[in-house]
Write a protein that binds this ligand. Structure first.
Ligand SMILES: Cc1cc2nc3c(=O)[nH]c(=O)nc-3n(C[C@H](O)[C@H](O)[C@H](O)COP(=O)(O)OP(=O)(O)OC[C@H]3O[C@@H](n4cnc5c(N)ncnc54)[C@H](O)[C@@H]3O)c2cc1C
Length: 280
């Protein structure tokens, strides 16, 4: 039986074009184009590679406003099979707790008609940056979670096993797990493919399925949106630019030893107590 993979993707403002208002210090989003969260494209590519190898069916899922359908269509153009957008006013203002509740409920509903073997998420988003939604979904659905994955070594759909390399502090862990599982992918794990002409036409014609909370199987509205969100972003501000400018030390004609010596002398003259503090 072929694998069924759900890839969760979020539409985010293109952070390279975001500016912070110089007076109010709030993020200026007007006119900023929306893109698929780049980490989610890494996950989607892994899902599509499993589709190439095993004929997996790839469903892309997003929660967001109606305009997020464009992001899902982009994923169809890369080769995803179908797209579901959960969109409803009750989801407005969701934090990671409410987001993972809504997405996990939708995945449960998707799985009722076609069992889900793997859920893919990005490592994190480039706007919220919390990296909590993937683990939140895994916890709610009782899935094994494989986070910060830098490489999928093997997937055996018959034995229902997966082996991955997980980036950990100080090294790489090689983990083996059973399916179903949730994987969050690291940046740099792969390069997203170019959209093929056939898939681009398919994406242009495709109807993204739009689900409200009822269609997504959500019954507890108190767990959605602002009501279900204990976290509040109270303020967003840009860090103060550093007053000290970097200095370039001319090392021409000096050995490395002499250059380091000159640097230490300069530091010592600026911070007289430094030598006593640094040396035992
Ligand atoms: C500047 C800013 C700061 C924020 N800070 C916080 C905060 O501190 N705490 C908090 O609870 N909320 C915060 N939020 C709200 C947060 O954006 C939402 O809760 C968001 O829906 C999920 O959090 P995230 O973007 O951090 O996702 P992450 O947890 O970083 O996302 C990990 C992965 O989960 C999947 N995913 C996440 N959201 C969706 C989605 N809507 N649809 C489909 N897949 C998705 C993607 O695969 C993504 O790569 C913040 C929002 C902004 C704009």
């Amino acid at each position: 039986m072929s694998l069924h993979i759900v890839a969760c993707i979020k539409q985010v403002p293109d952070s390279s074009q975001i500016r912070v208002h110089p007076v109010t210090n709030t993020i200026m989003r007007q006119g900023v184009p929306a893109v698929v969260n780049p980490f989610d494209l890494v996950s989607l590519e892994e899902a599509l590679r499993l589709k190439d190898r095993f004929g997996a069916h790839v469903t892309v899922l997003s929660m967001g406003p109606k305009m997020a359908a464009e992001a899902l269509k982009k994923c169809i153009s890369y080769g995803a099979d179908d797209a579901i957008l959960i969109t409803d006013r009750v989801f407005a203002g969701s934090d990671t707790l409410a987001t993972s509740y809504a997405l996990s409920s939708a995945i449960r509903t998707i799985a009722a008609s076609r069992p889900v073997d793997m859920v893919f998420c990005g490592k994190q988003t480039i706007d919220g940056d919390t990296a909590q939604v993937g683990p939140g979904i895994a916890r709610r659905l009782g899935l094994q979670q494989l986070t910060y994955v830098s490489r999928i070594e093997s997937v055996d759909p018959v034995a229902r096993e997966i082996v991955v390399h997980r980036r950990a502090e100080g090294g790489v862990q090689v983990l083996q797990s059973r399916l179903p599982c949730l994987v969050t992918m690291m940046e740099g794990a792969n390069t997203i493919r170019f959209a093929g002409m056939d898939d681009m036409f398919r994406a242009a014609r495709c109807e993204v399925q739009e689900w409200d909370h009822k269609a997504a199987g959500i019954t507890e509205l108190a767990r959605c949106g602002l009501k279900g969100s204990p976290t509040v972003v109270k303020k967003v501000f840009a860090p103060q630019p550093r007053a000290n400018k970097a200095e370039i030390i001319d090392t021409a004609g000096r050995s490395a030893r002499e250059s380091v010596q000159a640097l230490l002398e300069r530091l010592g003259s600026r911070h007289p107590g430094l030598e006593a503090e640094a040396l035992p």
